[in-house]
Write a protein that binds this ligand. Structure first.
Ligand code: ADP
Ligand code: MG
Length: 590
């Protein structure tokens, strides 16, 4: 069997990194040290910005925090550098949590702007505090000692920096390949879908912000002991911008992109500083101008960074194939008795300004039912779904599930009751596999967090979650697409994917918003078969659907809505004969 290309490439890269100090001149070893230190910061940004979609220009300030903490404590108080590392990380944690809680609630351009603001504040703090040595900085930091070895040269430091970097990369990669990782990857598309499956998106944002800050501080600590001198200039906002460039240029959503970007930018700047004066003379700072132009060109040519260009060279079909290995089934929640009162909506109302989208609507649902919610476009069906699942707060009225109030709860709390849904406009992560997208639905059925994931202590649970996802995909008929990118499926199948994802949440009540849209006749038949089977297993379904053939042959009862109000309610045969319904709704169709 041929080893996979990625493995060969990885092993070659590792071998090159290992022999570099032995074969390269000192100058290049120093350069490689700087590349690794920058990679660590840009790795944090790959996680925060590339994957999580949160832009920070202020990472250099965290590097400074790590560097200055150790500089002050080792030179002024004689503290051991290993101890100052712990203190630096603790201070960074405190600052990052404070800034994170303050700024991560901001959206759009407010977040990047606020990172610029605190990036500048911290920079000026470094330069103006007497104890930090002002603009001159602090010198005379002790060399690090490791197992009796004094790391007082670039060559001896090299292995420490690279081992720390590679371990960090491995940790981030493991994290992304986990339950929390799927939640992180969902952030970029807004919080709606992730919250509907129980993810506390605000918390996940703080977590990746903290990880990025800690990686930066770790880089700062190493930097300080490599140079054994610190001053404010490497921690300014312009350097913060460079870190962001590195992450974006490399290929912002991939771990290896961090090194590629940092390497490219560091080498580029070095070469420009060497060669430009020879071509253009020493009269000006041309390198920054040329550097800027090159960045613009690169971003124009390679939107997703340069890493995807290399990946195109890798032959297709090297990814995973076949279903995941069988694993112990996840526990299911107890299903209610058939006929038990499940959902009760009492005079629910939703106003959008002057528009009453749902107007004092009341209906109830018993366990084991498929209830159809129909009505013309704009009748308020999707809004009703959003009220039940907590996506929108009710203006007034009450919604109860098995005797407990739902209105007023957040959607991530409502899913815990066993209420899962699909969306009329699909919400999935297009560049993630079908299997991973569906596994996100089982978020609440796992418990392992960031540390377990980074250290790969989560593999047994992860296998169970993925096996469950594969099982549900098999069940809805997407078993042949496990490893396809979700975005590559036709829209109709993306809706079916959403059903599998909802089933992964182990629901008692399933809310499906137009699941048949975009499906062909045979696929609709299969869908009807699936919903009947779910009903026989004790899963109740609330269904919004426009295809009347599908609805009338499937549902037990119907609620008809018009202009936010209930027009009629009853079994399909009665609804089909109801003159008001024929007038208002079916009349137009017939
Ligand atoms: P349906 O799903 O039955 O087609 P919707 O529930 O999507 O209808 O919409 C009902 C009404 O509420 C429509 O007039 C729609 O324009 C309005 N509406 C829905 N969501 C919002 C919103 N977030 N803000 C303002 N108006 C909305
Ligand atoms: Mg709708």
């Amino acid at each position: 069997m041929k080893p996979p290309v990625a493995l060969v490439a990885g092993a070659t890269a590792l071998a090159l990194i290992a022999i570099a100090p032995a074969v390269l001149p000192d100058f290049y070893v120093t350069l490689l040290n700087y590349i690794a230190l920058s990679s660590m910061v840009s790795l944090g940004l790959v996680l925060l910005t590339g994957v999580g979609g949160l832009t920070s220009f202020g990472q250099a300030a965290f590097v400074g925090l790590g560097a200055y903490t150790t500089a002050v404590l080792t030179t002024k108080y004689g503290v051991s550098p290993w101890f100052t590392l712990a203190i630096g990380l603790a201070i960074t944690t405190a600052v990052a949590l404070f800034l994170g809680f303050l700024t991560l609630r901001l959206s759009g351009h407010y977040l990047p702007l606020s990172t610029i603001a605190w990036g500048i504040s911290l920079y000026f703090l470094f330069g103006n505090l007497e104890v930090l040595g002002g603009q001159t900085g602090l010198s005379g930091l002790p060399a690090l000692e490791l197992a009796g070895l004094k790391l007082d040269s670039g060559g001896s430091f090299y292995y420490l920096i690279w081992v720390v970097l590679l371990l960090s990369m491995l940790g981030v990669r493991n994290l992304l390949d986990s339950r929390v990782g799927r939640a992180i990857r969902a952030l970029k598309r807004g919080s709606l879908m992730a919250e509907a499956f129980g993810v506390d998106t605000a918390r996940v944002k703080v977590v990746i912000f903290l990880i990025a800050a800690l990686l930066a501080a770790l880089s700062g600590w190493l930097y300080a002991h490599l140079l054994r001198f610190v001053n404010p200039s490497p921690f300014g906002i312009n350097i913060g911008i460079e870190y962001l460039f590195m992450a974006v240029i490399g290929g912002a959503s991939q771990v290896w992109g961090a090194i590629v970007g940092a390497g490219l930018l560091t080498l580029l700047k070095e070469w420009l500083q060497d060669w430009l004066p020879k071509i253009l003379g020493n009269s000006g700072n041309f390198e920054m101008i040329v550097f800027g132009v090159l960045m613009v060109l690169l971003l124009q040519r390679a939107r997703d960074g340069v890493l995807p260009m290399f990946e195109r060279l890798i032959p297709a079909g090297t990814g995973p194939v076949g279903p995941p290995a069988p694993a112990a089934a996840l526990l299911n929640r107890p299903r209610p008795e058939a006929g038990e009162l499940l959902l009760e909506v009492r005079k629910a109302e939703k106003r959008f300004g002057g528009l009453v989208a749902v107007n004092e609507l009341s209906f109830s649902m018993r366990s084991g039912e498929i209830l159809g919610l129909i009505g013309p476009n704009g009748a308020g069906k999707s809004t009703m779904f959003n009220l039940i699942t907590g996506v929108l707060p009710t203006t007034s009225g009450e919604i109860q599930f098995r005797g407990q109030r739902l209105d007023g709860l957040a959607s991530r709390e409502i899913v815990r009751f066993g209420i899962a849904r699909t969306f009329q406009h699909v919400h999935l992560i297009p560049n993630m596999s079908v299997l991973d997208n569906v596994a996100l639905g089982a978020h609440l059925r796992g418990t392992h967090g960031v540390l377990a994931a980074a250290m790969r202590n989560n593999r047994r649970e992860e296998a169970r979650l993925r096996f469950e996802a594969a099982r549900q995909l098999e069940r809805v008929g997407l078993g042949n697409h496990l490893h396809d990118q979700a975005g590559s499926l036709p829209l109709g199948q993306q809706r079916i994917l959403e059903i599998a994802r909802a089933l992964c949440a182990d629901p008692v009540l399933l809310l499906l918003d137009e699941p048949g849209a975009g499906l062909r006749y045979m696929e609709k038949e299969a869908l009807a078969g699936l919903l009947r089977k779910l009903r026989s297993e004790g899963i109740s379904v609330l269904l919004v659907e426009h295809d009347m053939d599908l609805v009338m042959n499937l549902v037990d009862r119907l609620v008809v809505m018009e202009f936010g109000q209930k027009l009629a309610e009853g079994v399909p045969s009665a609804i089909q004969a109801d003159p008001r319904v024929l007038e208002a709704y079916l009349g137009g169709v017939a």
